[in-house]
Design a protein around this ligand. Sequence first.
Ligand code: SF4
Length: 378
Amino acid sequence: MVGVICRPNTQEKLEILSADAQYDLACACSANKEEHRRRSGDGRWIYPVTLPNGGKSTLFKTLISNVCSNDCKYCPLREQMDIRRCSLRPAETAKVFLDYYNQRKVYGLFLSSGVLGSADATMDRLNGVARLLRKKYGFRGYIHLKIIPGASDAAIEEAVSLASTVSLNIETPGAKNLEKLSKKKKYIQDIIEPIKLISKLTARGSRYAKTKQTTQFIVGAAGESDAEIVKYMHGLYERLKMHRVYFSAYQKGLGDESIAGEQAKEEPTDILMREHRLYQVDFLLRKYGFKESDIIFENNGCLSLGIDPKEAWALRHSEAFPVNVNRASRFSLLRVPGLGPVTVKQILERRKQRFLRRIEDVGKVGVRLKKARQYLAF
Ligand code: SF4
């Protein structure tokens, strides 16, 4: 049952709604360790983010409403929960955000919401804030809008036209897994078709090509394997040109007991490591030229928690090593555990000037180069 709507002031509503926004990570929040779950000490609705150029900044991140008519078992905001519910109006949201923006406390806005009434009514609130900011106040900065599952094509197109980034959370790989988590959400109709529409609207050369699309998997709630997640992630990048995929480890105790009892068996530390391994795979796919078939899974379809996925590939492919530092291609160097794109670029530049004779010629020997040394030949 939906709880009583309270009448707190804007500040009190932000306290509630920004705390509830913490579970959504699909907003360029840093993927480093626990950073993406941290909020700044300055205000509970200000979250650290990594900018497209790699720099750090802060984002004003809140829900516009934590009222929700959906039943997602993993979510503490689901309809059945007896929690304090409230909503922000578009005008007050735009105003309070601009106050922070004008004081240079935040770089942009991330807005999400529970389903308040219907998907389109909720979209109208989210779009309403962006409409005010863009059209009334002339704001040209960063706006991230959440797309509500089941929203109409028209509402989605308006969001895409107003936002810098939009995201609709895929949540889990495949309809069978979603059925374990929600009786109301329809995987193809409410999630996959809208993601495809956004992909089409934002395709290269199209009217909204500058708008980016991201999504998020909730990890461990449906008993899904990492192999299933990686298969869907690869498809999202390859076929739908998704800008970024994020992962949020299911946190025991927040969801329905049937998840905690039957499906999410992992220990808290294991599930966080699993999330971390998926981020490492994401990097391998996006930045290192790895394909889905290069990812090594254990017999149960999960990534090793003990060895990172790049090292797991190297251990399985001893024929690819050692890699000759002075002659190997960028592609081969990127396969070496411990070498990232920055170090590989450094190697390619340095070897144009001189012959590299030992690991010290590559760079300062820290943990990563110590690891790389065993896979390299000079
Ligand atoms: S739609 Fe599902 S995940 Fe989103 S707020 Fe509602 S219950 Fe939570």
